[in-house]
Design a protein around this ligand. Sequence first.
Ligand code: NAD
Ligand code: WQD
Length: 354
Amino acid sequence: MCAAESPSTVLVTGGAGFIGSHACVELLDHGYQVIVVDDYSNSCPRVLPRVERIAGRFFGAVYELDIRDRRALSAVFDRHPVDAVVHFAAHKAVGESTRMPVTYYDTNVGGTTALLHTMHEHGVRDLVFSSSCSVYGDAGEGPLDESTPHRPTNPYAASKSLCERVLADVCAHDPRWRVLCLRYFNPAGAHPSGLLGEDPHGTPDNLFPYVAQVAVGRRRRLRVLGGDWPTPDGTAIRDYLHVMDTVEAHRIALDHLADSRGLSVFNLGRGQGSSVLDVVAAFEEASGVSVPYEITGRREGDVAALVADAGAVARAWGWRPSRDLPAMCRDAWRFQQLNPDGYRGSPRRPGTKD
Ligand code: NAD
Ligand code: WQD
């Protein structure tokens, strides 16, 4: 159960998405009343009954809405005694952001300011915000701590950096706000039940769901985006973090909101780098299936290596991730095998969205 001073009703934006759906399980499991808003632009409502099935509890309410629609969002705050917000809703594909920068600023920055306005109007000023290691950009050899300057290399990363700037100003000028900004490195894996996982619309932009879809036979081969990076095997290095560890950190963040003041920023990572070829090898090992790949050119906006110094969050809250790369691969593979065509391919039970 949540600690006595923890918020009890939490609004989760983007609660049907990859991280959001896992976070909902974690929050329901810990006694929170959870309200979800999502426009399903990169998710499927069928995930939500699965969340309830795993948790053995129901959502307080679920709303299909675009967070930029302040009137619709305000109606949610009118109806529910929201104590705190966990804000996941955003567009997150780096490559797409270089083709659609305005859409990314509009949803990610405009969506966040619409949410902040609405929260303020309803006297809700406790927020956990999803930021990204991509704000650090091409910062060179890691591990990177939170003081690393922002050098975003693509519109997605710049939109997250701008959101952080907005949050810093809001907190600096109104001491009633309490905001925990979590900069995730690369969340991956799936719920161990195999019922929840990463199921993006269209062709996956991220490595893990792409590898999983190749392994299950939905795609022919992985394109490894660059074999000439300045890394030991020439492929880019990232700090992959199990989604279950990621969402556990959000629940712990909610527990700590009450003792926080203003804006605090924490990296969420394992502090261990894996190259693209390391991920391919680990996935093959976990699945027993070969993952064919070809090495192609680099993706615009990519960087050689991003690895976290996650010492600050460990010192502040004692949070340390406990699941390794093989566990991420096993869980991602279980989800992909049980749901080869994702949520939309699952049989629909009559009278339900599942
Ligand atoms: P996701 O796309 O699976 O989830 C985002 C959810 O937000 C989706 O359900 C989508 O439909 C919803 N959404 C998007 N725009 C919306 C809008 N205007 N109104 C309402 N709902 C909207 O992504 P995710 O991987 O779960 O990421 C969650 C958050 O974490 C995002 O803010 C993302 O930028 C951030 N993040 C993700 C990663 C990662 O690797 N997955 C890393 C760092 C940060
Ligand atoms: C990982 C590595 C690719 C796809 C971005 C954001 C980060 C977070 C995760 C949201 C890179 C390579 C990928 C493919 C590949 N997202 N790759 N073939 O780019 O590190 O991070 O998404 O916030 O904040 O910056 O993640 O999973 O897209 O890529 O070779 O088909 O895999 O080049 O080196 P990335 P990713």
